[in-house]
Design a protein around this ligand. Structure first.
Ligand code: UDP
Length: 331
């Protein structure tokens, strides 16, 4: 059935891929974005599609959200201040946008009785490094003065609000906890390690590995993440649920850097950067973060299909093309 989806954060990295997939299924999409971290050029290649409407605005603008909500059948709320660097550099803006913005979107979804799929984050688990992390696992957080825990708390408030609206008011809400997601169009500007290291490798610059590089992550390709979202969207069995979405292929950051250097055919050295040089004082990193994806797999059959090597090949190619274009532009 052809539907109209409101995608907040629709010009962002994950948002733009989701918009593309929804249009590909023949749906209408309203992409709503304040272009703070989103970029219009993420949607450039879809500009000709008559099913797409882009609206520039903020989720803090209640009237705008309400008007768009009214015109849509269902909402996917991705708009948020994301990226460890942004959260650490601008904790106040991140905190208020993430709490107030989500409250406005959820309240509006309730007023119009629109199902909502809310993007949350693996940061919810804080420094719990159990393997694998299940949706029911504890959140382990440090002091409120550490920006990372404030971010985790803001997203937890969003989840709690969505769940409460479901339980007490019957609003169909579904929460996804996105783990590290990578792929084309991800900006290196907000700290994300894969696009950063790929760009350093193609530029022949040292790859900056923070700490001792023994911390590990699992990187999931954005097209797999979008498939996971599509499987949960408007799925009655997912309502009221929370689902981890991520890869289970674990890699240490040092090994990641080595693989990027090798695959890029680069001669860049790998440089260990102490955390207190990379981030403001008091920063805490997660040692390990690997999701259990049993819950979504059992419900929808979803599992990631793209390997880390696929992801690196694509990211390095994108970084190389970008560099070639910028070198050509300066001649
Ligand atoms: N990281 C790194 N070098 C960089 C950027 C990040 O070593 O230039 C590390 C970071 O400290 C963390 C991991 O890579 O241990 C993943 O960082 P990212 O910001 O991509 O995601 P998150 O911390 O949210 O998992």
């Amino acid at each position: 059935m052809r539907r109209t989806y409101l995608v907040t954060g629709g010009a962002g990295f994950i948002g733009s891929h989701l918009v593309e997939a929804l249009l590909g299924q023949g749906h209408q999409v309203v992409a709503f974005d304040n272009l703070s971290t989103g970029r219009l050029r993420n949607l450039d290649h879809l500009g000709h599609d008559p099913g797409l409407r882009f609206v520039q605005g903020s989720v803090l603008d209640e009237l705008a959200v309400d008007e768009l909500m009214h015109a849509c059948d269902s909402v996917i709320h991705l708009a948020a201040a994301v990226g460890v660097k942004l959260i650490v550099d601008e904790p106040l803006r991140s905190f208020t946008t993430n709490i107030r913005g989500s409250e406005i979107v959820i309240e509006s979804a309730f007023r119009h009785r629109r199902p909502i799929l809310l993007a949350s984050t693996s940061e919810i688990y804080g420094k719990n490094s159990d393997v694998p992390l299940r949706e029911t696992d504890d959140r382990i957080l440090g002091p409120t003065t550490t920006a990372r825990w404030a971010y985790s708390t803001a997203k937890a408030v969003d989840e709690i609000l969505a769940y409460a609206y479901h339980r007490e008011r019957g609003l169909p809400t579904t929460v996804v906890r996105l783990f590290n997601t990578v792929g084309p169009r991800q900006s290196p500007a907000y700290g994300m390690v894969v696009p950063r290291l790929a760009r350093q490798a193609v530029a022949g610059a040292p790859l900056t590995v923070y700490g001792d590089g023994t911390q590990s992550r699992c990187f999931c390709h954005v097209s797999d993440v979008v498939d996971a979202l599509l499987g949960l969207l408007d799925n009655p069995d997912a309502v009221g649920g929370v689902f981890n979405v991520g890869s289970t292929e674990e890699v240490t950051i040092y090994a990641l850097a080595e693989r990027i250097v090798q695959r890029a055919g680069s001669s860049s050295p790998i440089r260990l950067v102490p955390y207190d040089h990379a981030y403001p004082f008091g920063f805490e990193d997660m040692k390990r973060r690997l999701p259990s994806i049993d819950r979504i797999r059992n419900l929808t059959g979803w599992h990631p299909t793209r390997t880390l090597d696929d992801i690196l090949a694509e990211t390095i190619a994108e970084a190389a093309a970008e560099r070639a274009a910028s070198v050509a532009g300066t001649i």
